[in-house]
Design a protein around this ligand. Structure first.
Ligand code: CTP
Ligand code: MG
Length: 238
């Protein structure tokens, strides 16, 4: 089995425009349905679990999903569950949902995607699934094109530079990220059992790096697979 977790339970605090970004209307549908439409086309994905905020269960946006053809034609593939406070809590809730409601085994492939990345391509998802035949933890990524510097202080809007990094070795991390179920499960169990955990973890590959001995890998992805994060990004979905 191959699962896709589609995360749509964030609160868009950095965007801060009064509507959660996953619901912004773009080409006549809420934003989260764009990556859903691409994911649905990937025949190898058996089941898709969408995490939504509990408070939006009866909202017009979720009603729109239930009434859409994409949902009606794929009822046996699309499942809805509720997210948590942090992104990783939403991922964890999806694991609980899978374990309680769906058939799974430790060798299954599990992909995790941010619905705030509406431009993910079918080709990249398919390449990621193939990469999981050989590797247990892989993320789509994109080579950094700007020069990157580490700064010393962050007190003002001008920063003293500490050093410059080797750009050729810097990759920006995209989603989806893909895992074998036992690998990501072990990582999450380690994280939730860690009494000294740092809460700043923002991607699942890092969970594997911190809590397992597995190596993690990056797969070159389409550079247009950007994340809608701040007001400046709204131009991409206008
Ligand atoms: N996400 C989630 N559950 C959370 C937090 C985030 O499902 N508790 C999802 C978001 O819906 C988004 C993806 O994870 O699709 C990436 O997160 P991010 O871009 O940080 O979205 P938000 O957390 O909503 O935005 P912000 O951090 O600005 O509040
Ligand atoms: Mg966030």
């Amino acid at each position: 089995m191959t699962y896709m977790i589609l995360l749509a339970a964030g609160r868009s605090e950095r965007l801060d425009i009064g509507i959660k970004k996953q619901y912004i209307e773009y080409n006549d549908k809420p934003l989260f349905m764009h990556s859903l439409e691409t994911i649905i086309q990937v025949k190898n994905i058996d089941k898709i679990i969408i995490t939504i905020p509990k408070e939006d269960e009866n909202s017009e946006f979720i009603r729109f999903l239930y009434e859409s053809n994409i949902y009606k034609n794929n009822k046996n593939r699309i499942y809805i569950t509720f997210g948590g406070k942090e992104r990783y809590d939403s991922v964890r809730n999806s694991f609980v949902y899978i374990e309680e409601n769906l058939d799974y085994n430790n060798n299954d492939k599990i992909l995790i995607h941010d619905s705030a990345r509406p431009f993910v391509t079918k080709n990249d998802i398919e390449r990621l699934i193939i990469a999981l035949d050989k590797y247990n933890a892989v993320s789509l990524a994109c080579k950094c094109i700007d020069t990157v510097k580490i700064i010393k202080n962050t007190s003002d809007d001008i920063y003293e530079v500490e050093n410059t990094l080797d750009r050729d070795k810097i990759y920006l991390i995209y989603t989806p990220q893909g895992f074998r179920y036992d690998t990501i499960k072990k990582a999450y169990d380690g994280f939730y059992n860690d009494t000294n955990k740092i809460s700043k973890i923002t991607d699942d590959l890092q969970m594997v790096e911190m809590y397992t001995d597995e190596k993690t890998y990056l797969l070159d992805g389409d550079r247009n697979n950007i994340k809608i994060t701040t007001k400046e990004d709204l131009k991409y979905i206008n």
